[in-house]
Write a protein of this length. Structure first.
Lengths: 207, 231
């Protein structure tokens, strides 16, 4: 790596490509859990947590390879755009996701991009962005369940089971679980990333 | 593939295709009528046939039919557990089916450089265009890589967490290497040149683009109009 690249604060061509590639990995993992969330309500509520646990490695590698402003923001933007194009993003998740990305960028800026703790905190914050997906359950409880039952009713079947489990789960306690899961599991995800860094990536000279 | 010559235009102008994607997303979110949904899927399938993608059109037709059959005939008669697990997934898949169709159409008929050109015409910032196009191109690579890693693992018995690690770590390794190599290649080809980029491809709207957009606007209007009637 040449010295000019280290000192330059702006995103260069190589940085942009690195962001693109790790965004692809991040999105692929994210997508798997998004799909799994449709299988059982509890998977949906824990989804942000699971995603945090498994995306720690791509996030931390990106954060350590591109120590410049904007990397996380672009990653979030790309995920958002692809999800939007496949019709999966609602307004609520857009807001939580965008604010989480911005906050993560601010934390990275404040910790000068180099500290592991700073990157871990920014990752935990970034992960909380995904809570926007199940959050409407609490925000607009009544209209949300009405809408879902209309949608499924339209299909000719009453998946009352999923709905009743879901509405039983929409308690204050679960809301705390929803918000804490990505923070706690995000921390664990960052620690896993650190263990893998030490075991593999540093030796190979990747980070 | 509809990629005849370098200077040939694609079936749909990439800008029209992206607008189509946007409008279809709007329809999917707004519509609540089964007939409108069927009409939309039918219109999109005819677009597939028009583009010469007969096989994909047929597969999508059967796929959508299968989802409908699942919801209307199989779930009501199947054991509860089965319906319970897959009901939401099916409902959801059916809901976003039109978006997936347009996405597939774009992937199949429009090469990446046309899409990049379209984004450039729309003045997307370069800092978004490059990573976004890299991301989209990298998805098939991930699948391929995982296939290779799995093949290599078959000789050994790796299980559980060790297996997850054994898949994930090489994946990250190859991603990091690709980023390195692709970055070097792109820099030598002038990706960092600040001058405005030129292109041999000329984009222009033709009759089919306008027809597509007008039809999808009618769908948007119909979706909202039917909804107002329902409420």
């Amino acid at each position: 790596m040449s010295t000019t690249e280290v000192t330059s604060k702006k995103l260069k061509g190589k940085d942009l490509i690195t962001i693109g590639i790790f965004s692809a990995i991040y999105f692929a993992v994210n997508f798997i859990f998004m799909m799994a969330a449709a299988l059982h309500p509890i998977m949906w509520i824990l989804m942000p947590g699971f995603i945090a646990l498994f995306t720690g490695v791509p996030y931390m590698i990106l954060a350590s390879k591109v120590k410049k402003a904007g990397a996380v923001l672009i990653m979030g933007l790309i995920s958002g755009l692809i999800y939007y194009a496949t019709g999966m993003f609602t307004v609520v998740i857009l807001i939580t996701f965008a604010s989480a990305c911005l906050l993560a960028e601010v934390i990275r800026l404040a910790t000068k991009y180099k500290s592991f703790t700073g990157n871990s905190i920014s990752f935990a914050v970034f992960s909380v962005g995904m809570i926007g997906s199940p959050l409407p359950m609490w925000l607009f409880k009544d209209s949300f369940f009405k809408q879902i039952s209309e949608q499924t009713g339209q299909g000719g079947i009453v998946s009352g089971n999923y709905l009743s489990i879901l509405s039983n789960l929409a308690t204050d306690g679960m809301l705390i679980v929803l918000i804490l899961a990505p923070i706690v599991l995000g921390g664990i995800g960052a620690l896993i990333a650190r263990a893998l860094f030490k075991k593999h990536f540093v030796k190979a000279g990747i980070v | 593939m509809v990629r005849k010559s370098k200077y040939e235009n694609t079936v749909l102008d990439p800008r029209a295709a992206l607008m189509l994607l946007f409008l279809v997303t709007v329809v999917v979110f707004a519509q609540q009528s089964l007939y409108l949904e069927l009409a939309l899927v039918a219109a999109l399938i005819s677009l597939f046939l028009y583009s010469g993608l007969f096989k994909n059109g047929l597969i999508l037709f059967l796929g959508f039919g299968f989802l409908l059959a699942l919801q209307y005939y199989i779930f009501p008669n199947a054991p509860q557990v089965f319906a319970h697990f897959f009901a939401i997934l099916t409902t959801y898949a059916r809901k976003v089916f039109p978006c997936i169709m347009v996405g597939m159409l774009i992937v199949k008929t429009i090469p990446m450089r046309y899409l990049i050109l379209a984004m450039r015409k729309w003045r997307f910032p370069q800092k978004l265009i490059i990573p976004l196009s890299v991301t989209l191109c990298y998805f098939p690579v991930i699948r391929e890589e995982i296939g290779h890693i799995r093949d290599a693992m078959k000789l050994r018995k790796v299980k559980g967490i060790a297996k997850a690690e054994a898949i994930f770590v090489p994946l990250i390794f190859s991603a990091a290497n690709t980023a390195e190599e692709l970055g070097a290649a792109a820099v030598t080809r002038g990706i960092e040149n600040p001058a405005p980029k030129t292109s041999v491809i000329e984009l222009r709207f033709r009759l089919q683009d306008y027809i597509c957009l007008v039809v999808s606007l009618i769908f948007v209007w119909a979706a909202f109009w039917l909804r107002r009637g329902a409420v």
